[in-house]
Design a protein around this ligand. Structure first.
Ligand code: SF4
Length: 309
């Protein structure tokens, strides 16, 4: 199997096929919060979450949505003057507000120059029926995907990381999105404390059998000023080594269906905040290592998918 010379079904490949040109995501901070941070579920958030709710890369999040978008666009245009864009609501929980506010923000982002779709990152427990109806409406008029931060299928780990919802809640959200033909993209973290290789691969196998269209595989990053960092200081646990991670990623790819879009194969933690693993600062080297190892192992996404379903 081969997707334009790469042994996995990358987001870049998927978007080029769909739009016949290069399409980039521009990350936005819509000014939302998160029920796992505002006291509704907890005040502290998931233990790995930085104070910016995964929005550490968004330039100047205090600007208006339009200003944030234009900053991102200007940066991309230096290298790719003729691209199109997916407006990506990335920071915190982007369906956690009354529907009229959500509608206004989503529609505003869709009106920005060159935008051909929306990506909305959220939690499965923030997809009530009125929100789903709005997403259904948006999905009928543009390209949309919804990202769900599952991280692991194991309840013991979910409790340790203070995720704040159950696997059955995730299943229900996926069912509701799929019923409306809304694409979902699931985040998984590799290297969570207490999980071994079998645990991680069973999360991947589980996702491979769900009606989800994309996956983001993250390396666990220990960031400054997080509860995870405190845990690591008190009781240092083993973080993944680079070669170990590369082989693990390839084991994951082999289990995933060939048509599932791979949105990410590495973590993207802020370099200023990263405590460990430090080798992950060189993202290009990690990606090159994955591509090299895929060739050495003569393997590809989906190689063993049929063996386990
Ligand atoms: S759900 Fe997302 S934004 Fe909220 S605490 Fe967890 S990682 Fe942070």
């Amino acid at each position: 199997m081969n997707w334009d010379g790469i042994a996995y079904h990358s987001l870049n490949y998927h978007l080029r096929k769909k739009f016949n040109e290069k399409v980039f995501k521009i990350s936005l901070d819509g000014g939302f919060t998160c029920p796992n941070r505002d006291g509704s579920i907890s005040d502290n958030g998931c233990i790995f979450c930085s104070g910016r709710g995964s929005g550490d890369f968004i330039p100047a999040a205090d600007l208006s949505l339009f200003e944030q978008f234009m900053k991102g666009k200007e940066l991309l245009e230096k290298k790719w003057p003729a691209g199109k864009y997916i407006a990506y609501f990335q920071a915190f929980t982007n369906t956690y507000a009354p529907v009229d506010i959500l509608r206004k923000k989503y529609e505003e982002a869709l009106s920005f120059p060159g935008v051909v779709g929306l990506a909305i990152a959220t939690r499965p427990d923030c997809l009530e029926h009125d929100v789903l109806d709005l997403l259904d409406e948006i999905n009928k008029k543009t390209y949309l995907w919804v990202e769900l931060g599952l991280q692991t299928i194991h309840e013991k780990t979910a409790s340790l990381i203070h995720r704040g919802y159950s696997l059955s809640c995730f299943n229900e959200a996926v069912y509701n999105l799929n019923e409306r033909k809304i694409e979902s993209v699931v985040h998984l973290i590799l290297g969570l404390p207490g999980e071994n290789k079998e645990d991680m691969l069973s999360s991947v196998k589980y996702i491979s059998m769900q009606p989800v269209q994309g996956v983001k595989l993250h390396l666990l990053h220990i960031l400054k000023n997080t509860p995870l960092y405190q845990m690591y200081l008190k009781n240092p646990f083993k973080v993944l080594e680079k070669d170990e991670y590369i082989d693990l990623i390839i084991d994951c790819l082999e289990l995933l269906p060939p048509d599932m879009v791979i949105h990410r194969l590495t973590g993207d933690g802020s370099k200023d905040l990263l405590i460990a693993p430090l080798w992950s600062k060189n993202k290009k080297a990690v990606l090159n290592g994955i591509h090299k190892r895929l060739k050495e192992r003569n393997t590809w996404q989906g190689k063993f998918y049929r063996n386990h379903i």
